[in-house]
Design a protein around this ligand. Structure first.
Ligand SMILES: CC(=O)N[C@H]1[C@@H](OP(=O)(O)OP(=O)(O)OC[C@H]2O[C@@H](n3ccc(=O)[nH]c3=O)[C@H](O)[C@@H]2O)O[C@H](CO)[C@@H](O)[C@@H]1O[C@H](C)C(=O)N[C@@H](C)C(=O)N[C@H](CCC(=O)O)C(=O)O
Ligand SMILES: Nc1ncnc2c1ncn2[C@@H]1O[C@H](COP(=O)(O)OP(=O)(O)OP(=O)(O)O)[C@@H](O)[C@H]1O
Length: 491
């Protein structure tokens, strides 16, 4: 791309050296710089990209975008800007020629349910015969191939790259999980969303946002990002049972579609029943009442499916075609996923790591618990992240007959500090604190008896644990099944 054209979209303080005529690539990571590319120095939390500018030049970068002049050796021009993070968003969108304009872009935000709702919308699009891409916590899914992502919402450059790849692969739509971090840190700059979806807002991430008020407003940025061009066919899909929805409705001029179980809404459900591994309910829609049966478990998934239905309906798909898709939805990986096993236990793998999600996960498992059996709940939380939610998580977990308090990604924090904070919220004494997660999983199995229900929460689809700054292989399901076979299968 012509360098001047690329740089025309950002405010520049001054340029040092001679700019090359063209730029072949953009990078914000010195480890993946291509020759003749532009390197953007981003100040991170742990490291500062400015410190890697020389590495980038050694790798072949011909332009460095920085917030201050740097001492660099080699043939390189420096472009000094007030805010490199902001500049990265703007030039990334320009470099890939604003690819989101050519796709139907769906953004899903909320404390819990982003992965689930995005995945359900994606499955529905594919089932309806549309090529669709999906990005979020589980990765970037492009035509069935899953690429790893570092974050729920990737940095601005990766975001634009993913949308561009989806466009080049001929995708019709792209469904994106939108985190509050992503919105606050400008990772979504230049993404032209067509539908913005809100699941719910409950306690999480207060280490980053400070207060629930700030956290809520960060989520609201997605709705203002829909823009003001009323010639466009856009919409917001809001949870009628969450008080924040009223505020988000006021942040956009586009049509609002609501869903919920309690309050008046465009999409509602009645007569929900959970049995024999199926969830059944009547869906009340603008076109009448429809009986629905699905494999996804729990009331929270009724909310998630109602949200996804509202999205597809707002895009003009007929309600009966959408309901056909609900009937064939596959469970979302690691979200109240029941492990198929002949062992005499009901084992669920779940990703709950907030107080609200724990409550919802326990609700979803309750129909499996028969009189005389126990519900065992194992829950861990991450080290060096929001500590204030820990007692509230354990308080919710106390509904289980036996609770195992452990860690998910302890990072640099001591096991005892994490499990000790959790224990402060326990409402009964039937619990154990075991920081080593593998040992904690084995302990949960050791106290189980035939017929018991066990939920392993907090790791979901993840097949690793982050201890210190290293990733170690870890699978709750594998460890649990191995321990349960030893215990329950004789000989
Ligand atoms: C605290 C935080 O948000 N950190 C994010 C941050 O990392 P960081 O500040 O440590 O800095 P860095 O990105 O590693 O380094 C700064 C710059 O130097 C560059 N660099 C670095 C090393 C090197 O050798 N060469 C080099 O050029 C990097 O490419 C980067 O441009 O920038 C990285 C790249 O964008 C993110 O992956 C990383 O997210 C970490 C993994 C993270 O855990 N973030 C959490 C808090 C987060 O964002 N979570 C949300 C919400 C999830 C949810 O809803 O539950 C999410 O969207 O994931
Ligand atoms: N609509 C919902 N309301 C409340 N809890 C939910 C909802 N959907 C899912 N959950 C619970 O929250 C957990 C996480 O779900 P999911 O991964 O879909 O949320 P998320 O918002 O993507 O979270 P994260 O960003 O941390 O990945 C699930 O395993 C389940 O226990």
């Amino acid at each position: 791309m012509i360098t001047e054209e690329l740089l025309s979209v950002i405010p520049i303080k001054h340029v040092i050296g001679q700019l090359p005529n063209t730029i072949k690539d953009i990078s914000n990571d010195s480890r993946s710089v291509q020759p003749k590319s532009l390197f953007v120095c981003i100040k991170g939390y742990t490291v500062d990209g400015h410190d890697f500018a020389q590495d980038a030049v050694n790798q072949g970068a011909t332009v460095v975008l920085a917030e201050r002049p740097l001492q660099l050796e080699g043939s390189v021009a420096q472009v000094i800007v007030p805010d490199t993070n902001r500049a990265l968003g703007l030039i990334s969108a320009k470099f890939f020629d604003y690819p989101s304009k050519d796709l139907t872009m769906i953004g899903v935000t909320g404390t819990n349910g982003k992965t689930s709702v995005s995945n359900i919308i994606h499955q529905m699009y594919v089932g309806l015969g549309e090529k669709s891409a999906l990005s979020g916590t589980i990765g970037f899914n492009l035509n069935g191939v899953l690429y790893e992502t570092a974050n729920t919402t990737s940095d601005a450059l990766s975001t634009q790259q993913m949308i561009f790849r989806a466009k080049m692969e001929g995708c019709y739509s792209m469904v994106m999980e939108v985190s509050s971090h992503g919105l606050s840190l400008g990772r979504l700059a230049g993404v032209d969303f067509d539908v913005a979806v809100f699941t719910n807002l409950t306690h999480d991430h207060l280490d980053f946002h400070g207060t629930m008020e700030e956290y809520g407003y960060a989520k609201g940025l997605l709705f203002s990002q829909l823009g003001q061009d009323l010639t466009k066919n856009k919409a917001a899909v809001l949870n009628a049972d969450d008080p924040w929805s009223k505020k988000y409705a006021a942040m956009t001029p586009y049509p609002i579609w609501t869903y919920g179980l309690k309050n008046e809404a465009n999409f509602r459900s009645e007569n929900c029943e959970y049995k024999d591994g199926l969830t059944t309910f009547d869906m009340i829609t603008p076109e009448g009442r429809f009986p629905v049966s699905m494999q996804l478990l729990g009331e929270f998934n009724v909310y998630n499916v109602l949200a996804a239905t509202a999205v597809l309906y707002s895009r003009g798909y007929p309600i009966d075609a959408i309901i056909e898709q609900i009937e064939v939805l596959e469970p979302v990986r690691g979200r109240m996923q029941k492990i198929k096993t002949d062992l005499p236990l009901h084992i669920f793998i779940d990703y709950a790591h907030t107080p609200d999600a724990i409550e919802k996960a326990i609700d979803a498992a309750m129909p499996y618990k028969k009189p005389g059996n126990k519900l065992i709940f194992l829950v861990g939380t991450g080290g060096n992240r929001d500590k204030s939610k820990r007692p509230a998580m354990a308080e919710k977990a106390s509904r289980a007959d036996y609770v195992v308090l452990t860690t998910d990604d302890p990072r640099f924090e001591d096991y005892d500090s994490i499990t000790g904070d959790l224990a402060k919220g326990m409402l009964h004494n039937n619990y154990a604190c075991i920081g080593d997660r593998a040992e904690a999983v084995r302990h949960a199995i050791s106290v189980a008896e035939p017929g018991d229900v066990i939920i392993f929460a907090g790791k979901g689809h993840e097949d690793y644990q982050i201890i210190g700054n290293k990733k170690y292989p870890h699978s709750d399901a594998e460890i649990a099944l191995e321990a349960a076979k030893l215990k329950f299968v004789k000989g």
